[in-house]
Unconditional design. Sequence first.
Length: 159
Amino acid sequence: MHTPMLLALFVAVGTGACDENSDSAAPQVQDQEIVAAMEAAIQDEYKAELIYQKVIEDFGEVRPFVNIIGAEVRHSESLARLFSARDLPVPQSQWKDSDIPGFSSISAACQAGVRAEIENAEIYDRFFALNLPADVRRVFENNRRASIENHLRAFQRCS
């Protein structure tokens, strides 16, 4: 069964079958807009992981990349748990090494990190207007906060 058909089935079977205000259990049914938001978020986290991994491969275990890559992995894992809780397949990364540019210096990589973290926060910001289930909202808020309060600041210091 193709993913769009599967998503349509989830929507048709039980929109409203879950209490969106409940923190105790993840809703089993999601509308396509929320699933699309989760997919956009996880793809952006995968992209950041790959960018920061490339910097580490090119320049060694330099800060802040060596610290932040672990956080990016945790972000994508938290998003993956949202998919799993809904019995949806966890999307694989759409990014390839060839999609990621090389950097001439650590400073240039840090400047790219600044842009990446700002774009990451903007992705989450777009979705806060949706009627997000509590668990999705919490993960989005936590990931966004880490991007702005921790990662962005670290990249700004090194750029």
